[in-house]
Design a protein around this ligand. Structure first.
Ligand code: SF4
Ligand code: SF4
Length: 365
């Protein structure tokens, strides 16, 4: 069984406790943070078990390579304090257990993009010259359970399920003889890099973040770029905290295609979660908290003067796009923004993702 590698001495001698003092959802000074972290390490009850919303941000705040959120998630499970109802977890397992069905392997050519649990989005987002020749996994609607990254269980305080299923996902991809896989979502990239490494799971292929792929393709197609000359905000997905070294590609892409990122309060390390993960948690006050965060985020975007709000995560989009548009800002996925810059017209999905089309769309390869 895979085990979380966590160096408690790094925490007990920590000079800053940034993991908790920077947390946007708790108000802890350095002394209090040290006390609560010591309790968590020592399997004691702690306010963190009650107040942490499992947003991943402290994975970025910790500069010492420890994994505070992964540890909190483990302690919640050990103490039977999982953050969502058992029925919610069971519904996820029923839909996405990769061990429940055999996987048939097919021949596919690289480059390959992993669409996780949202294969239907490839019909809208994996299109045009940027994605010419790119194959998708899953390649048909029936096999999405075999490639979903299983990160959700870290958000819910059930990490043993991620440990159980993630090795199978890695194996399913590896069996296609793929050397490199483009991860459409930050969540998959974070699982194959940060979490796999944290539990000692070997990943025999190279994960490539979508934004790095897009940036490289735009460099190749540089002659076709017409600067967009628009102002943008970026809705940073919570799972981007697992790969802060890839966050710089937001600005690199914007610079290349003539997009000006406007200043706003909830950006970078202070980015607010869209609220999707929090609203499902069965803790007192979580619904209100999710609504409050969503509103703070939206008002901050509205005050920024942005023309567009750029997304990568489909769940952020589902949660925020409609409200973003009501505030006069156009919601757009990063891949579509890049397509616009090379003169292409993305497929129209308005402010609602085409989830109802699940199972009806033919994908590439
Ligand atoms: S998780 Fe990182 S930042 Fe937090 S106490 Fe431990 S070493 Fe310090
Ligand atoms: S996961 Fe989020 S809410 Fe929980 S301690 Fe870390 S930063 Fe705070």
């Amino acid at each position: 069984m895979f085990e979380l590698k966590f160096d408690k001495n790094r925490c007990l001698n920590c000079p800053d406790y940034y993991c908790l003092t920077k947390c946007l959802y708790m108000d802890l000074d350095k002394d209090r943070a040290g006390i609560e972290m010591a309790k968590i390490i020592d399997y004691q009850d702690s306010s963190l078990l009650k107040d942490c919303v499992l947003c991943y941000a402290c994975e970025e705040y910790c500069k010492r390579g420890n994994h505070p959120m992964f540890l909190i998630s483990e302690r919640l499970e050990e103490k039977n304090m999982t953050a969502v109802p058992v029925t919610f977890t069971q519904a996820l397992i029923d839909s996405y257990d990769p061990l429940a069905e055999d996987l048939s392997i097919r021949n596919i050519d690289e480059p390959v993009i992993d669409m996780c649990w949202d294969p239907q989005l490839a019909y809208f987002l994996v299109q045009g010259r940027l994605f010419e020749g790119v194959s998708t996994l899953p390649g048909d609607m029936g096999s999405k359970r075999h490639f979903g990254c299983q990160a959700i269980y870290l958000h819910t305080g059930s990490p043993s399920l991620t440990k159980k299923f993630l090795p199978k996902i890695v194996d399913n991809i590896a069996r296609h003889n793929i050397k490199e896989i483009i991860c459409a979502h930050d969540e998959c990239y974070g699982m194959f890099t940060s979490y796999a490494s944290a539990i000692g799971l070997e990943v025999p292929f190279k994960p490539l973040h979508l934004f790095e792929f897009l940036y490289n393709k735009l460099e190749e197609l540089k002659a076709s770029i017409e600067p967009l000359n628009i102002k943008a905000v970026y809705q940073r997905p919570c799972s981007s905290r697992l790969s802060p070294d890839k966050y710089l590609f937001v600005d690199k892409i914007f610079d290349l295609i003539g997009v000006h990122r406007v200043q706003r309060k909830y950006s970078g390390e202070k980015a607010l979660c869209c609220g999707a993960a929090i609203m499902h948690q069965a803790r007192e006050g979580r619904q209100e908290l999710a609504a409050r965060i969503k509103n703070m985020n939206l008002e901050d975007m509205a005050a920024s003067g942005a023309d567009v709000c750029v997304f990568n995560c489909p769940h952020c989009f589902e949660t925020l796009a409609e409200e973003v548009e009501k505030r006069g800002i156009k919601p757009v996925f990063m891949s579509d923004l890049c397509r616009l810059a090379i003169g292409e017209k993305p497929r129209d999905y308005g402010v609602h993702l085409p989830l109802e089309m699940r199972g009806t769309i033919k994908l590439k390869k």
